[in-house]
Design a protein around this ligand. Structure first.
Ligand code: NAP
Length: 265
């Protein structure tokens, strides 16, 4: 039996990629979309999306009431994404959330709701499997090479710096290595910010340029050697393997899981 899916944000960069992924996956079926415009239309009315008779709803509650679905994918903005996810859980439709920027309180509230309803939910700020592996490898390497700096590079439309992935990498490294101050103890910046941001002594440098998507290098140094672990997302298709995996996995869950790394075997 096919997994029936509702997608919110079908015109967005990630949402449209997810629409095509679901359309091309034999075991998935696109049941409906939630969009703040195009209410009452169908997907075939939207240029560059598959010509399908899939209904579009502006009101998420009406969508969850009227459409028989197993999974809800949210790729919008945190303010509406949180409300969508809450509603999906209330209607026992399992959410897979890629929208980034939920607060800790919001995640806790969704976790409570997920447990109360016994409905699985996955929230993953980074769906790129390679990025998750990069973080895991960096955590392991830091045990042996504790001097490390992170360089993350993103497109110039990104609003936050450093990236959530860079901060998460630093936090994971901090679980492995002892806290230490890196570089020369008397080092001074002659230009403010030259050494980047610092968390637990780990320096993070953020590059923003048009043409980039999402890239990160974790550089380790030891006597006479360096190690570089690098991940590049060249387009948004890089996130779709993680979305696909999450849709399959969420069907087996009855509580909320945060982070793709927690569903990879
Ligand atoms: P995007 O191209 O700007 O798409 C956002 C979508 O949300 C658009 O369809 C937009 O519709 C819709 N939207 C915005 N405000 C809305 C509102 N108030 N009510 C209803 N819909 C609204 O952004 P994107 O690059 O696809 O990213 C979408 C989300 O995924 C972001 O939170 C981003 O940080 C996250 N992201 C996650 C990953 C991951 O791996 N988990 C990777 C990349 C991005 P309009 O066109 O009408 O504004």
């Amino acid at each position: 039996m096919k997994t029936k899916i509702i997608i919110a944000g079908p015109r967005g960069k990630m949402g449209s990629e997810a629409v095509w992924m679901v359309h091309n996956e034999a075991s998935f079926e696109l049941a409906a979309c939630i969009d703040r415009i195009n209410d009452g239309k169908t997907l075939k009315d939207i240029e560059s999306l598959p010509a399908l008779n899939v209904p579009i709803f502006e009101d998420p509650e009406q969508c969850f009431q009227e459409i028989d679905a197993d999974v809800f994918i949210d790729l919008t903005v945190p303010e509406v994404g949180f409300e969508h996810t809450k509603l999906a859980l209330l209607y026992d439709i399992r959410p897979v959330v890629g929208t980034s920027g939920f607060s800790k309180e919001q995640i806790d509230a969704l976790e409570d709701l997920s447990i109360t309803h016994g409905t699985g939910c996955i929230i993953a700020p980074n769906f790129a499997v390679g990025a998750v592996l990069m973080m895991a490898f960096a955590k392991k390497a830091a045990k042996y090479l504790p001097d490390v700096e992170i360089v993350e590079q993103h497109h110039d439309q990104k609003l936050d710096a450093p990236s959530g992935t860079a901060v998460k990498t630093a936090n994971m490294i901090a679980e492995t290595r002892k806290s230490k101050q890196q570089g020369h103890p008397d080092e001074k910046e002659t230009l403010e910010g030259a050494r980047g941001a610092s968390t637990d002594g780990i320096h993070i440098h953020s590059v923003r340029l048009p043409g980039l998507i999402a890239h990160q290098e974790v550089l380790f140094g030891g006597p006479g050697q360096t190690l570089t672990i690098r991940h590049d997302s060249y387009n948004r298709a890089s996130f779709m393997e993680g979305v696909k995996l999450s849709v399959t996995k969420v069907m087996e869950l009855n509580e909320l899981v945060y982070g793709l790394e927690n569903i990879l075997e």
